[in-house]
Write a new protein. Structure first.
Length: 147
């Protein structure tokens, strides 16, 4: 009897001690992300990390809006997850400010790539936005307090 109580107690204690990972969002609605890098396609292609990478943000609104911080610029778009069960995503670009953010900035490239995004995947706290025709993948991490 004492042995049974001890086993049950240890099992309960180990369940409490194990960190519970949040479930990845089945939908992007209400999530916020920060850019980590862009991975171009092609064997041996190096990831591209822009200067001031912390100034790149993506906020997926529950109303289908996408608010982007792109270094020194801001952009808006509309997004919709396509119910295919495969992470299909449609993005329609909107307005964007057009300040020059400096050499190496990815603001214009990301703005041009918005409508080329075809799918998303959330894995290990990262959001992978994959472009059509295998052109590459933007990798984002969950923003503090969101996503």
């Amino acid at each position: 009897m004492l042995r049974s109580i001890l086993v049950v107690g240890l099992a309960a204690l180990s369940a409490c001690a194990s960190p519970q990972l949040p479930e990845p969002p089945a939908n992007l609605a209400g999530t916020s992300w920060r850019l980590v890098y862009f991975q171009p396609s092609g064997a041996g292609a190096n990831p591209v990390v822009p200067p001031r990478v912390g100034r790149y943000t993506a906020d997926f609104g529950v109303d289908g809006t996408l608010a982007l911080g792109l270094d020194c610029n801001r952009a808006t778009a509309r997004w919709a997850a396509i119910p295919s069960g495969r992470g299909a995503l449609s993005v329609t670009a909107g307005a964007m400010t057009r300040a020059f953010c400096g050499d190496g900035a990815l603001d214009s490239r990301i703005a041009q790539d918005l409508e080329k995004i075809r799918s998303f995947k959330v894995e290990d706290g990262r959001l992978f936005l994959t472009l059509d025709a295998g052109a590459g993948t933007y990798v984002w991490r969950a923003a503090s307090g969101g996503g």
